[in-house]
Ligand binder design. Sequence first.
Ligand SMILES: Cc1cc2nc3c(=O)[nH]c(=O)nc-3n(C[C@H](O)[C@H](O)[C@H](O)COP(=O)(O)OP(=O)(O)OC[C@H]3O[C@@H](n4cnc5c(N)ncnc54)[C@H](O)[C@@H]3O)c2cc1C
Length: 1014
Amino acid sequence: MDQQLETQIIARGKEFFKSISGEAPSIFNKGWWTGKVMDWAMKNEDFKIQLFRFVDVLPYLNTSESLARHIREYFSGDGMDVPAVLKFSANATGIGGAITGKLMGSTIRSQIEGMGRQFIIGENVKEAMKGFVKLRKDNFAFTVDLLGEATVSEEESDAYALGYHEVVDALAKEYQKWKPLPGNGPHKDFDWGSSPKANFSIKPSALYSQAKPVDQDTAVEHIYRRLAPLYRKIKAVEGFLCIDMEQVKYQDITIDLYKRLRSDPEFRDYPHIGVVLQAYRTDVQHTAEQLIGWAKAEKLPIAIRLVKGAYWDYETLMAKQCGWPIPVWTHKPESDIAYEKAARTILENHAWVYFSCGSHNVRTISAVMEIAKSLGVPEDRYEFQVLYGMGEPVRKGLLNVAGRVRLYCPYGDLIPGMAYLVRRLLENTANESFLRQSFADGAELERLLENPEITLKRELKQKDAEAKAKAERLAAQGLTPKSDLFPPFANEPFIDFTVATNRQGFTDAIAQIRKTAGRTLPLFIGGKDVTASETLPTTNPAKPSELIANVCQAGRPEIDAAIAAATAAFPAWRDTPAEERAQYLHKAAAVARRRMFEFSAMQVLEVGKQWDQAYHDVGEGIDFLEYYARDILRLAPPRRMGRAPGEWNHLFYQPKGIAAVIAPWNFPFAIAIGMVSAAIVTGNPVIFKPSSIASAIGYNLVEVFKEVGLPPGVFNYCPGRSAVMGDYLIEHQAISLIAFTGSMDVGLHIVERAAKVQPGQAQVKRVIAEMGGKNAIIIDDDADLDEAVPQVLYSAFGFQGQKCSACSRVIVLDSIYDKFTSRLKQAVQSIDIGPAEIPQNFMGPVADASLQKNIIAAIAVAESEGKVLVKRDNLPAEGAYVPLLIVEGIAPKHRTAQEEIFGPVLAVMRAKNFDQALELAMSTRFALTGAVFTRSPNNMEKARKNFRVGNLYLNKGTAGAMVERQPFGGFMMSGVGSKTGGPDYLLQFMDPRVVTENTMRRGFTPIAEDDDWI
Ligand SMILES: Cc1cc2nc3c(=O)[nH]c(=O)nc-3n(C[C@H](O)[C@H](O)[C@H](O)COP(=O)(O)OP(=O)(O)OC[C@H]3O[C@@H](n4cnc5c(N)ncnc54)[C@H](O)[C@@H]3O)c2cc1C
């Protein structure tokens, strides 16, 4: 730490505060409604959550009735601590009758909209222009940002780009009339002599609705196509463009895009383009150095705006949910330290980089000023930026001490404006916020200006002590999970495609699979490879001429052999300790993890599954292995029942016997290994029949179990034609248990066949059958469509709609119907269709040509029953493709509303109100998954109670259940049996037994500690 510099930073900070003493940002001004409400929100976490959620939904509340209802639902809850201003209004909506309610509602609306306007320069170009003129009069420069970056379709991306063209055109007419802001730089027409007067900031992801990290080149290409013309126009008006930085998933795309634009021959000699870097990212220093290195190598001056970052909560939550390392610092002072360090690096390179310091933190700003001074950086090489409407005293202080201040000015509609407002409110009211600490909490000056390295040391010490105390508390309550054999269960991480090696991993693995394609895969019976005379080819559905493998087919003799091997293996396997059986699963998980890319690539080629979904399928398979390995340890030890002295009762489980596992092709690894591993770990040998569409993937199970050395006969791989050996297997007298996942028709057939007792059969067969669904998503009138549209798209058409959890009906409330369907239609028209091995494609072929016929027939029925909203039938010429279809006007009486299609067909139904939507949702024989998009707390509660399906998702799509977190499975015609990946699943593979011992001899009995004794 440079002590002299440190002293100067603190002195500068004190001077800064002195120049604004007595002032507070309007958001914290308690003389105003906003200030009062913010004050209350910061004291009451529950109220804060309700308030911010209410702000978020407000633009959707178009009638006084729905406004009043939401006020009641959000603020009149039991035990909610509500500030008088809102409580009065909220109660009035219920008690005071319609007129009072209306008035109160509109008062609250206008107050909140006013709060939103505080952060927005205008709702249209005209208002924005007026605002800019005013700002410039006050000596502030500006950068303009158009709200509404959540684009879900290419039409919306076009509209977003057009919005920017409009504002550039409007500014072009005006800005030349403006006198430049005074300064010492060399360009007389520029503000401060250094910076173009017209300055624009843009969120790049909005310019391509389909941008995804798995295919960065395509994303960059598409964004470039819309951004280059805009930049051309900005260049023509001698303006500046800054490319904002969004979530981590877009960072590489954004930097690539920046480099491409900056180095394009057309723009090389125009340096007025910048990019944002975020100091809260743990790799910010590296990113900054790389970018500067690039600028020097290319001999191209660049511009960087350094901020801390606006998505801290999102990034942390996502990383936690996906099992990724957290990409941002986790202690606030770490972000501050990283900021000062990166700022120094940028300033040291001022010859190459024009620097914009984007912060409201007086310590950070003072550090930048003093570092710049100590390095002798010319004033025309850096400026300061703050957000419009945030920390007004800071901007004033900055103007006093630095002169060169630019305000970041969003403009646009209030609907996206409210989402922006929520982000700003969160930022301002966070405990960690400098503005809150300075102007609301009144923290000591010394603390506010303290070197963040010192703050960090103190915080770490305090957090350590807190963590220790928490661990002790949990241990005392017995809540700390422990297993002597394995570490605690954790889901397999999702794949992070921002990591280049992950993208390469797929490409390599696909090429590798192709090298071994065409081999003959044997059966595996009694621990040995067994060839059969008959083989069946399995092919790539995107290219039917491409052979994946020839798979040996089991007939009746092979089934007999497998059953004989399983019968021989059963006694020893049954008596193998549960810990040992669990170890096999744990080792199998390790093998699958090692071969993750290869197994995933096999799914891309054999069933046409998209990269991410194929990877998650293998990941889910690993989760089943790890979860069941742990769960058997919970279930295996005998449990004492009752506490009567003189008697010991022990309940324990034994395996049922030989299990037939009949697996589907849609989750060809996960579901197959889930059923197989549950049977094996509970002590049942298995005859495994994969689907003929996915038997090469099925063979991956053989490879896994061979490597872990399961005893011969415990796992037998018997692919074969259903017509030849399907019924023979399920009817076999030696089979005790059938685990099946697939269609309702086949499931019911199995239930029926298994019920008939065969000669020599020793026990009633148990059937666990996971069957179909006709899953609905309800779109309430207050749903967030930015979320609902992409989630419906993914739930309905992800993996071509071939998931039992897929959404096949979307039920939309009348008042939002047109808005939702038009956005959904545009979104569907924006996706790419083609082979799954090309990651740009959202939808691929169905898994096999044999499935095409049924889907096409169902499409014809749907078209005759309803009105086509979208039909995507511009399909690749080769491959098992079917059109993507959305039909509206569907009612419960229609076949399209009742029959499972297992393809990309979505029925849209219209409902008058939420109750009717629930009725429609429940109007089928299935009960598998369902979802509701709503921001009404009451309707969420109604759905919890009355939307009776196995897995219900609130504000989330219907697909993607995770082991342990969302145990999966339905009832009614969706299945018999209990949820996979949950605590009841293994029980179905066992029979419970109880042994009672009378411990009393001649009136004497040893008394155990847990006896109910005197
Ligand atoms: C002109 C301008 C342009 C902007 N453009 C962008 C942009 O393109 N992309 C973008 O992401 N943001 C952008 N922002 C928003 C900016 O990220 C936030 O306003 C900024 O992070 C607030 O930091 P601060 O220094 O003002 O306040 P401070 O109160 O000092 O810092 C708050 C910040 O610290 C970080 N933080 C909070 N808690 C923790 C924690 N527990 N551990 C580690 N770090 C934590 C977060 O980044 C948080 O925003 C911009 C801001 C301005 C002023």
